[in-house]
Design a protein around this ligand. Structure first.
Ligand code: FE2
Length: 378
């Protein structure tokens, strides 16, 4: 085994206490400048399907939301309908970005009170909404920057998404691209703030720390960062947290913080069962990916050992491979999906590996630096 890929296990609590518990990611809500066009982009480019809508036509006066779904992944794209709104302020400050990571729970009221008792800042007091399809209880707490976590309890609901939303039926329904579920979501936080947020997830949400990397693991000639991965007990929610470290030039985390105007979600990793098919489809539909020099593939099998996939399609598509004690994984990263160099997606296929591709960080960061160079922000 390549020692470079060995995860450092450093549990800060004996094991995660699933006191909520969190059953999975319920949805991810983006605040965006133009929700209608964003929904079109996620359908056309990424293969999401039309699911639900709320806006002027359903009686909302201040906002419009389009919900798209692929596999278990639900994205909510929300824009304001007039000036002076909190949503508009968020878009002005951050550009298009993730406002809410909604977590599926059995009891939204208990989740709120337990986490607030442990020190969370309230965002949404427990609230029950209902329509002809039943009721949903939601509550929420604040996380890093303007990002929030919502707790969603939907056992008494059989509608299409949430009360207040109607089914969004469209004539234009491009084929899915094989995306199945959210594997992990990564936060970028400010200088010296990583441990504060590691403690937040440990103390307030009962997460355990899986892995940590420091700037000796993750640095190139120019950039450096530190990262710790927090996971809930059943492993369905994994939040790596990055903070910038001092490098010769501006780190990509610092670039993100400057353009996002503070901490926020850096990337959403979505899983597929067949990364070659998925990435081929996404590429043909206009998704832009970071590429690594083809020399990355020259000694790949020496580094990661035997893999099931043919090397040629991986090389052509720029898919990266890494191995840990339990297996291997294949991954690739998109370019940012908005004008600011902020939020991007990762496509990941796990073949036993439970880690995050540490062996690829260097190749990846060098690819990001080439992009930074082109943007003039290195
Ligand atoms: Fe990732």
């Amino acid at each position: 085994m390549n020692p470079q890929t060995a995860p450092i296990l450093e549990k800060i609590i004996p094991e995660a206490e699933d006191f909520l518990p969190l059953n999975g990611t319920d949805y991810v809500e983006f605040y965006v400048g133009n929700a209608k066009q964003a929904a079109h982009f996620y359908k056309t480019a990424f293969g999401f399907q039309s699911l639900a809508y709320a806006g002027l036509a359903t009686g909302l006066k201040d906002r419009e939301s389009y919900v798209v779904q692929q596999g278990k992944i639900r994205l909510v794209l929300t824009s304001p309908l007039h000036g002076g709104t909190e949503i508009g302020r968020h878009v002005d400050q951050h550009g298009d970005g993730v406002k809410a990571v909604a977590l599926w729970v059995d009891d939204a009221e208990k989740s709120f009170h337990e986490t607030v008792k442990r020190g969370a800042q309230p965002y949404l007091e427990p609230k029950t909404e209902s329509d002809a399809h039943g009721e949903v209880k939601r509550s929420g707490i604040r996380a890093y920057g303007d990002t929030v976590h919502l707790f969603v309890e939907r056992s008494q609901y059989n509608g299409v998404f949430l009360p207040g939303f109607v089914e969004w039926k469209t004539d234009y329904n491009p084929a899915p691209a094989g995306l199945k579920y959210v594997d992990h979501m990564v936060a970028n936080v400010g200088w010296g703030e990583m441990n504060q947020w590691v403690n937040f997830y440990a103390r307030i949400l009962g997460f355990a720390q899986l892995i940590s990397f420091d700037d000796k693991d993750i640095s190139t000639d120019y950039t450096a960062l530190m990262s710790k991965v927090m996971s809930n007990g059943n492993g369905r929610i994994k939040f790596p947290i990055n903070e910038p470290a001092e490098g010769k030039k501006k780190s990509q985390i610092e670039e993100y913080l400057d353009f996002y105007g503070g901490p926020g979600i850096q990337h959403i990793a979505v899983a597929t069962d067949n990364i070659v098919e998925t990435v081929s489809a996404l590429k043909s539909r206009g998704v832009e990916f970071l590429t690594v020099p083809t020399t990355y593939y020259d000694d790949l099998l020496d580094r990661v050992g035997q893999i099931d996939e043919d090397l040629q399609p991986l090389r052509e598509l720029g898919i990266l491979v890494d191995r840990d004690e339990e297996g291997y994984l294949l991954q690739i990263f998109t370019k940012p999906v908005e004008p600011r160099p902020t939020v991007f997606f990762e496509i990941i296929q796990r073949k036993g590996a439970k880690s995050f591709g540490k062996g690829n960080f260097k190749a990846l960061f060098e690819a990001i630096e080439r992009e930074q160079e082109l943007r003039g922000t290195l």
